[in-house]
Design a protein around this ligand. Structure first.
Ligand code: KMH
Ligand code: ZN
Length: 276
């Protein structure tokens, strides 16, 4: 079991509507402010989706590059760009995310029903994205929404070898309507199926946030939190700031005797090059 806990913050996502959720960080200033607060609270990685002037999700190239630069200038967090985007984004735009040269990126290992939508990740796209991460030396985090995605991860590693950075780190995204449920039995089954030597984080969507967090800490895993995944801090109490989700995760990690991992240690852990 790792002596410390990697905490990733996913502050924005592509789904929540700013008009309904005013605390959601959507502008560059809001994102940078959130990143600073979350780093101070114990986060080491930021999983980034960006929005346009109208607060709608976008994969605009210039905006992505500017966001990576601004985040790097403002703090030490590992910058992980989403290649998942929104369910409406094209495969070409999702591959082009790597042109912004982030430290790391998400890489979802299969298609999943996503509420009333479909988050599409056919094998050909998964393979192309993986080969691109190797070519560009962007460290992938393997997003697993379902147990079948674990099988696809084994296939990916078997056919194409180790990822950039040399280490396999996964994120179990649990409780998406259409994906694997966010409970401890499913968490244990998914962890047991991971490739030997892989490390993992977990996040539970919505009301599965706390069961998944407690289960992950108990099983030696790492944590992802943020308003991409949950908009309620407690029953009837909306999240006021992403940092309060990080603060809660950090406190639970300290109670579990596995305090938050600092960004420099997280770089070594994940195989991400040192900040320049
Ligand atoms: N917004 C979801 C459709 C990722 O960032 O890689 C996909 C997602 C996964 O959030
Ligand atoms: Zn995401």
């Amino acid at each position: 079991m790792t002596a410390s806990t990697l905490i990733t913050v996913a502050p924005t996502g592509a789904e929540a509507d700013k008009s309904a959720v005013p605390a959601l960080p959507v502008t560059m200033d809001e994102l940078i402010g959130t990143a600073k607060e979350c780093e101070a609270a114990g986060a080491a990685v930021i999983h980034v989706h960006i929005r346009d002037e109208a607060a709608q999700p976008t994969l605009d190239q210039g905006r992505l590059a500017a966001t990576v630069a601004a985040l790097r200038a403002g703090n030490d967090l590992i910058v992980q760009l989403s290649t998942g985007g929104a369910v409406t984004d094209s495969f070409a735009d999702r591959l082009a995310v790597l042109d912004a040269a982030p430290d790391a990126c998400s890489l979802t290992c299969g298609t999943v029903n996503f509420g009333d939508d479909v988050f599409s990740n056919p094998w050909g796209f998964v393979k192309d994205l993986y080969l691109l991460t190797q070519e560009r030396q962007v460290v992938p985090e393997f997003e697993l929404f379902d147990l079948g995605h674990v099988a696809a991860l084994h296939r990916l590693l078997g056919e194409f070898g180790a990822p950039a950075g040399g280490h396999v780190h996964c994120d179990l995204v649990m409780g998406v309507p259409g994906g694997m449920p966010g409970d401890v039995a499913t968490l244990a089954a998914a962890v047991a199926a991971l490739p030997a030597g892989a490390t993992w984080s977990a996040t539970g969507i919505g009301r599965t946030t706390l069961p998944v967090m407690f289960g992950a800490l108990g099983a030696g895993g790492h944590l992802r939190v943020g308003m991409e995944d949950t908009l309620s801090f407690a029953r009837g109490r909306p999240v006021a700031r992403n940092a309060e989700l990080v603060e809660r995760a950090a406190e639970l990690a300290r109670i579990a005797q596995r305090p938050p991992m600092r960004p420099a240690d997280a770089r070594a852990f994940l195989g991400v090059a040192s900040a320049s």
